[in-house]
Design a binder for this molecule. Structure first.
Ligand SMILES: Nc1ncnc2c1ncn2[C@@H]1O[C@H](COP(=O)(O)OP(=O)(O)O)[C@@H](O)[C@H]1O
Ligand SMILES: [Mg+2]
Length: 224
């Protein structure tokens, strides 16, 4: 139950953003320009080492650009490759509880927990110990945590890299459904090195040799 409508639409704008890690002369990201101004399922594809995780760190402000400007108005939730590095608590309910950042009644807490678990296909998992979940279920729990903390923009850094194909599909479809929700669509930026995942996206861009391509429809996406 994400609240106000104005909270729904994130705004991210990169203008000529370049970045290199300290001590490195060459730009890892070079004159990167893109915008995200509406809800949807966005994907960036690139090979290992192409700078995908670095791009996410620039978006969520962990690192600052060397040149260029980043404007961002979004409540960003993160989903990492390995959910075991992210989940802190012993069961689903307690993990969700620590992600609620509002002062609300027990009744509302329970309603929210039930709602977000249903949003990620984990109905009835409230009391389940985290160690009994599969990798894909853990990933969907981390998505539920982003939802319960009212994030309007979820960044997912290769969230399926450690999953088998069935779990991979479930996580992909979970995000697809959330971004297609007609009442309260979410925005998600999904980073991947798996080209076969691109068909689920609304818009796709490729990061290669420091350059980020324009957004393209997946059906028209051209490998560089
Ligand atoms: N903190 C860091 N300091 C220096 N170099 C880094 C750091 N993080 C990543 N790199 C280097 O930047 C390049 C891109 O890394 P990364 O953004 O993680 O790529 P990807 O996520 O596409 O695999 C790699 O060569 C990596 O070794
Ligand atoms: Mg990475």
């Amino acid at each position: 139950m994400r609240d106000s409508l104005e909270n729904e639409i994130p705004y991210i704008h990169f203008k000529d953003v370049s970045f290199s890690y300290p001590g490195k002369k060459e730009n890892l990201i070079y004159k990167c320009n893109f915008s995200i101004k509406k809800t949807g399922f966005w994907m960036v594809v690139g090979k290992n080492g192409s700078g995908k995780s670095t791009l996410l760190k620039l978006i969520n402000g962990i690192i600052k650009p060397k040149h260029g400007v980043i404007n961002s108005k979004a409540d960003i939730g993160m989903v990492f490759q390995n959910p075991d590095h992210q989940i802190l608590m012993p069961n689903c309910r307690s993990e969700l509880l620590i992600n609620i950042n509002q002062n609300i009644s027990d009744y509302e807490v329970n309603k929210k927990i039930e709602y977000v678990l249903s949003q990620v296909g984990l109905n009835g998992f409230e009391k389940r110990p985290v160690h009994t979940l599969s990798g894909g279920q853990k990933q969907r729990l981390t998505i539920a945590c982003a939802l319960i903390s009212n994030r309007n923009f979820i960044l997912l850094d290769e969230p399926t890299a450690l999953l088998d194909q069935t779990s991979q599909l479930k996580v992909l479809k979970t995000i697809k459904n959330l971004t297609c929700d007609h009442k309260k669509p979410l925005s998600a930026l999904w980073i991947t090195h798996r080209y076969e995942e691109l068909t689920y996206a609304d818009s796709v861009a490729e990061l290669k040799n420091g350059f980020l391509s324009n957004w393209q429809e997946p059906s028209k996406f051209q490998y560089n």
